[in-house]
Write a protein that binds this ligand. Sequence first.
Ligand code: PMP
Length: 356
Amino acid sequence: MSRYWNSSTRQLSPYVPGEQPKDQVYIKLNTNENPYPPSPHVLQAIRGKVGEALRLYPDPESTELRDRIAEKYGLKREEVFVGNGSDEVLALAFKAFFEPQAPVLFADITYSFYKVYVQFYDLTAKIIPLKDSFQIDIDAYCKEKNGGIVIANPNAPTGIEVPLENIERIIQSNPDSVVLVDEAYVDFGAQTTVPLVRKYPNVLVVQTLSKSRSLAGLRVGFAFGHPELIEGLNRVKNSFNSYPIDRLAQAGAVAAIEDEAYFRETTEKVIRTRTWVVEELQRMGFEVLPSKTNFVFVRFAGCSAAELQRRLKEEGILVRHFAQPRIDEYLRITIGTDDEMKILLDRLQRIIQAVG
Ligand code: PMP
């Protein structure tokens, strides 16, 4: 450990992303990337911007992109914020809105970056356990005094959706806190909270182009909220980096938002694949949690999840295992193409026969 690190740096325990090994070509079902390429218009738009203009700074306000996103959701530009992936948008929101005087509330099983931001900004957290069914305990969020609330909807890594009326109850019960709804996976069949943005000034909805738009590599995320919340995010952003979205990312993101037909086609394909994969896994004896995302969270009574993950990796397939209380027996499997999923199921069948 460097003697030059300050005491705060020493205490950080950063987020650990899913592995991206380079030793061979794997079927990658471990980081919830989209198996389909981005819209061809995205590539065209980016190519069109690779040129001499790169010597100029990008638009710090991402104006055109915010306009396109706002139009799509029936909002105004002032109600939309854009950042470098939703991870950055979430980080800026924690900084802008969460109060250190009372704990930030989120679930015990959810996106593990939330607790990293809590540390990073010297906040405290009160962890609200999911119910036995892995549903969110809505009542707990309605009665705990708090400095802010984060709900991933659908939740990760469970894939389970929180019904919109429950999100609304949480927002209504906490008029003095900002309720952050992380909708990274919402486009794969869940209901968005965006319509509540005009109704309540204390809700911020965060989305990303990484999953349903196949653009994890471009790093574009956004937030929807009351203009005062968006103003708060801009203040924090401009105190840190006024140019989070580069010229190429802005152009590519605009093209992705505009190509609604391609977006529908690829998300519907992922949902169709998920449907038959769930049926097959259940037929093989797996327990599968109800997923509204581009991944499934599964358990097999006859073999530990860590062992299944290890054996799948030997077969050239990566899936995610979280060595964490309550979910140690589960695997998170990203929905790939039909062909990839056929190979996965074939290998799983062989493995469970071998261990059983
Ligand atoms: N929220 C959740 C729940 C996620 O799973 C992820 C992806 N790891 C993110 C946010 C961040 O996605 P990105 O930064 O690529 O937009």
